[in-house]
Design a protein around this ligand. Structure first.
Ligand code: SAM
Length: 329
């Protein structure tokens, strides 16, 4: 099949697949304390349906697949989906984003199923502050999950993602930077985006990558080194060679012009931007018996409408139609 290219000439190579909208954490920057109304089981794509869409996408050159959620490890039998996707022709890079709390149990089965890359979200190394931001007293379990991931050398790199929020993250930076020096983890700071269900996001709360770099460099000088052109992160190594940090700066340094991503929600909607106002339903044609060519045409139609850029920094910015846990971050 012809490659998947949007109307601005960007070639789509990466899909984030949300396998569930449910989560066992309630991170303040993402979900409300009481949770959200979950989708019913029949409203969620089956593993076979996900695999079918990924297969069609892979035939159009989408070779990178990241599983996310909600919390992907709360979806039953997730390693089975990993096995199916790892065996799908054209899928070259299969990864998972998780909060890590179930990783102690699942790292082994995921590696056996063919997972080779993992991102673990971790916003603080202090038990009380971790509980404050995630609304769960679960740091010890996440660290055990990371330790278990580390026991599997096939699973590399291990990336640790921290959402950077002004008034909270400044104090966490030294310990997280030190984690990157002490452990084989790439620690990445991600700017807070207006995707929280509580709609409390404010531009003033965005602690930028540049500001975090400054905090780190007070103690440890950093050196930038080149990242892949499609990478969302700027990569830095410690000048003394002791580890790597990344900065994902969607607010202060938008990278829309090289965006090669689309997203598939748990209920089978295609989103062409985190901040899309519009979604494209694929579940209906899938369940109505669409052929691969018909699915490919639906995907191309959606991608032709991919937004030029997000407008977080523009006056009159309108929030996305759903929050992060419902989209799949
Ligand atoms: N539950 C999994 C996890 O914790 O990694 C996967 C889903 S979670 C929505 C994916 C990523 O989105 C996490 O790293 C999370 O910290 C990030 N995230 C959630 N809300 C965000 C926001 N408002 N701004 C920036 N990143 C956010």
């Amino acid at each position: 099949m012809e490659p998947l290219v949007d109307s601005w000439g960007r070639r789509i190579r990466s899909v984030r697949v949300s396998v569930t909208d449910k989560c066992n954490f309630r991170c303040t920057y993402c979900m409300p304390a009481e949770g959200l109304e979950w989708l019913r089981r029949d409203e969620i794509l089956s593993f076979e349906e996900i695999q079918r869409l990924v297969e069609v996408l892979a035939r159009m050159g989408v070779d990178e697949v990241r599983l996310t959620g909600g919390e992907p490890l709360v979806r039953r039998e997730l390693p089975e989906l990993v096995r199916m996707l790892a065996a799908t022709p054209g899928v070259e890079d299969l990864s998972l984003t998780t909060n890590g709390i179930l990783l102690e149990r699942f790292a082994g089965p995921l590696v056996d199923a063919g997972l080779r890359r993992i991102n673990v979200s971790l916003d603080s190394l202090s038990h009380t502050r971790f509980a404050e931001i995630t609304r769960r007293d679960a740091l010890a379990g996440v660290l055990r999950g990371l330790a278990e991931a580390e026991r599997h050398p096939e699973l590399r790199p291990i990336k640790v993602n921290c959402v950077a929020i002004r008034g909270f993250t400044e104090d966490e930076v030294p310990a997280l930077a030190e984690l990157a020096r002490r452990k084989p983890y790439v620690v990445r700071f991600i700017e807070f985006m207006p995707l929280d269900a509580d709609e409390r996001w404010d531009a003033d709360q965005v602690l930028t990558g540049g500001e975090i770099r400054e905090i780190v460099e007070r103690r440890w000088p950093l050196e930038e080194f080149p990242a892949k052109p499609s990478s969302t992160a700027r990569r830095f190594r410690f000048a003394d060679g002791a580890g790597e940090l990344g900065f994902v700066n969607p607010v202060s340094e938008p990278f829309c012009s090289t965006c090669d991503r689309i997203r598939l929600t748990a209920d089978g909607k295609l989103r062409t931007c985190l901040f899309s106002q519009r979604e494209w339903d694929l579940m209906e044609p899938l369940r109505a018996g669409a052929s691969d060519d018909e699915l490919a045409a639906a995907l191309r139609h959606a991608v032709a409408h991919k937004e030029l850029k997000h407008r977080i920094n523009d006056p009159g910015f309108v929030r996305a139609s759903r929050s992060m846990s419902q989209i799949g971050g």
